[in-house]
Write a protein that binds this ligand. Structure first.
Ligand SMILES: Nc1ncnc2c1ncn2[C@@H]1O[C@H](COP(=O)(O)OP(=O)(O)OP(=O)(O)O)[C@@H](O)[C@H]1O
Length: 679
């Protein structure tokens, strides 16, 4: 499958075929040249032995000439072989990375997220980088080894006549003879000498191969796979563990958690060592079997023909002839056995890469299914865009949302038949108890979570800006940070970037850093500064009309928070923001003092807006009641209609202010309130 992918690759397929042919031809040339060199060597040494001066100097010239001829062939063969490996690796790596990162033309959706979410594939990064490289390296060597031994076999047969064979030990003979043709022809020769020897070699080699593949193969594969997993695997992997420490270095340092991490590392490492130890035992056992098997052949052939010789039925030379035929057949029949370790290694890599391919394809299918959901009766959330005349920016229609499937973990239903819509110039605040499912609503809106039912409409995806709970700093320059994810937009002027930075109170960064300097921003900027970079990104997006923000100002001070939302309100038509329930929401004094007013500053911040609106009498109770649940508030900053969605576990909670348009029960009860603002 992996070779097929390479040769079918649109951009590299032809190159792949040309390189493979070149490697094959050069390999044949190299083998031919090496064999010719051996006969030149033989003549040279014979001339010396015979004290033939002319032949000696002629031999010397020939040695020099062959070296001059052979060296560039070897170099060219090495070069094309290296290029073949590089091209194959490039093709496979690009393909897997393209599928994983959802590059244009490869895949849609967010497979990298989906794989992380479901946890069904450990370390896709290791598979894409390391497994591909090792698979290609071993596979190319293995293929060349097989060709090399095939060709050596032909030459050996010839060598028997030309005495070049004298340069090979008998051991080399059977190791270097493989073709089907040889099996048949030498089996015929052996059969004519001794049918018993012919059957003997077949039984001997087949039983050896079966014992090796069935007895040792599975164990070699098992421990190889276990080793790869334990070295870098998810959760229990050694490298994964160290990467987590690096990524969370500050937190670990605050906790002085080095010792705890060391102890965990040590446990994982000891477990890895145990696997390595068992693997060494299996490899040694296999090595012992393999060696004894091959060494024993020296005795087996004479054993099968010897009695006939002792009875005087055949001449002594027949024993060596039979031995040679025996060894050649045996060499051909035990190819799998000789290459078992390399083959096991390739098989492990192939399996890991095939699993990755299957999972990536599954992610791709899920994305496509989500588009077709409803139409094809597929049980997942259907996503679409509202029509151009539809004023809706975001619409949930009878949405039932479940947590993603994960082996061994029960799926939770986070909301049931939830319906609401957000139209142009409306914004929404979502507040509520931690863990109740606020962020999950945004994940559904972004199409990241699709498990459930119902329909979700979001205005044109490229016009929506998502701000996740954890700010993400791209590896690149300050300019890249500000333009992320559109880092290639070189037409954006530096002055605009500087203006955006100044707007979010990050102008001072320009004094310390150049816009085009690449730095490790995630560790250079505070969390609040990173959140402000997020807002600067929105300000720079001329096409953005809506933002979905998950606790986007949680690390900012109140002044900056108010400023950021004010900027956002000026820049966008709508936004949805998730925030923790304001601590003062349930405080009657505080809410009462702000009753019925949306001051300009509070209008900019949905948190403030919600407090202000719900200070107006009975809806304050709703906020208080919602402290344990989730409340979704939708409001127009400068007054007008006010929408509130209460989603809670207690269906008995009553909301008296506004018109209740829908009530949902299990597993949540949801009440949708509509009220008029009275400025
Ligand atoms: N990747 C996941 N796989 C399965 N369940 C998850 C996953 N992420 C979150 N959950 C579960 O989904 C539920 C809702 O999580 P969510 O992050 O939406 O909560 P939240 O209300 O935003 O919480 P917080 O305010 O603490 O951020 C939680 O019970 C959580 O355990």
């Amino acid at each position: 499958m992996l070779a097929g992918m390479f040769f079918r690759d649109k951009s590299m397929g032809r190159r792949a075929i040309a390189l493979s042919v070149a490697v094959f031809v050069l390999l044949l040339l190299e083998i031919g040249a090496v064999l010719y060199y051996s006969s030149v060597q033989k003549n040279y040494m014979t001339a010396l032995q015979e004290k033939n001066i002319d032949a000696f100097y002629h031999g010397l010239w020939m040695v020099g000439a062959v070296i001059v001829f052979i060296s560039p062939i070897i170099a060219l063969h090495e070069y094309t072989s290296g290029m073949l490996k590089m091209t194959w690796r490039a093709s496979l790596t690009r393909r897997f990375a393209g599928l994983y990162l959802a590059a244009p033309g490869y895949c849609e959706g967010n497979p990298f997220y989906r794989l992380t979410l479901t946890g069904e594939i450990d370390n896709p990064d290791q598979r894409i980088c390391q497994d591909v490289q090792e698979f290609v390296g071993i596979a190319v060597h293995l293929a060349q080894d097989i060709v090399r031994t095939d060709c050596s076999c032909v030459s050996l047969a010839k060598g028997c006549e030309t005495t070049a064979v004298s340069y090979y030990s008998v051991l080399d003979l059977f190791v270097e003879s493989r073709t089907v043709l040889n099996i048949v022809s030498f089996a015929a020769i052996l059969y004519s000498i001794s049918p018993a020897a012919c059957y003997g070699v077949l039984v001997y080699s087949i039983s050896g191969t079966v014992i090796a593949t069935k007895g040792f193969g599975p164990w070699l594969g098992f421990y190889q796979l276990a080793r790869v997993k334990q070295e870098a695997g998810l959760r229990r992997g050694l490298r994964y563990d160290l990467i987590r420490v690096r990524e969370n270095a500050e937190s670990v340092a605050f906790f002085e958690g080095g010792e705890a991490e060391w102890s965990k590392f040590n446990t994982l490492f000891s477990s890895l060592l145990q696997t390595v130890y068992k693997s060494v035992l299996v490899t040694s056992g296999f090595g012992m079997f393999n060696r004894s098997f091959h060494w024993a052949t020296f005795a087996v052939a004479p054993l099968l023909v010897g009695p006939a010789y002792l009875r005087g039925e055949v001449q002594f030379g027949v024993i060596s002839q039979a031995s040679m035929a025996f060894n050649i057949i045996l060499g051909a029949m035990t190819l799998i056995m000789d290459k078992l370790e390399s083959m096991t290694d390739v098989a492990v890599r192939v399996r890991r890469l095939e699993d990755l391919e299957l999972s990536l394809r599954k992610c791709q299918n899920e994305t496509q299914m989500s588009r077709k959901a409803g139409l094809a009766g597929v049980e997942c959330i259907a996503s679409s865009e509202p029509s151009s005349t539809d004023p809706a920016m975001l619409r949930f229609c009878e949405l039932t949302l479940r947590t993603p499937p994960r082996a061994g973990i029960l799926q939770q239903t986070l909301c049931h038949n939830l319906s609401f819509e957000l139209v142009r110039d409306q914004s929404l605040l979502i507040v509520g108890e931690s863990g109740i499912g606020k962020s999950s609503l945004l994940r559904a809106a972004a199409g990241l979570w699709t498990d459930g039912r119902g329909t979700l409409q979001l205005c044109e995806r490229r016009k929506v800006f998502f701000m996740p709970q954890k700010p993400y700093m791209f590896l690149g320059s300050l300019r890249d940070q500000l333009l992320y994810p559109h880092v290639d937009e070189s037409f954006v002027k530096d002055s605009d970037l500087e203006k955006a930075l100044k707007q979010v109170n990050l102008g001072h960064l320009l004094e310390q850093h150049n816009l085009s300097e690449s730095k490790e921003w995630a560790s250079l900027l505070s969390l609040g500064q990173q959140q402000r970079i997020n807002f600067a990104r929105v300000l720079l997006r001329s096409d953005a009309r809506m933002a979905l923000i998950d606790e986007g100002t949680s690390a900012c001070d109140p002044a900056n928070e108010a400023l950021l939302y004010e900027l956002l309100g000026q820049r966008l038509c709508s936004y949805v923001s998730i925030g923790s329930l304001p601590s003062n929401a349930s405080s009657p004094e505080r809410t009462a003092s702000e009753a019925g007013h949306l001051s300009p500053s509070s209008a900019g911040s949905p948190a403030h807006a919600s407090v202000a609106r719900n200070g107006g009498g009975t809806s304050a109770q709703a906020f208080s009641a919602a402290a344990a649940d989730t409340l979704l508030v939708q409001s127009i900053p400068k007054g007008g209609r006010f929408w509130a969605f209460m989603v809670c576990n207690d269906p008995s909670v009553q909301y008296v202010s506004g018109k209740i348009t829908s009530t949902l029960r299990a597993p949540w009860a949801a009440a949708q309130l509509v009220t008029e603002l009275s400025d």
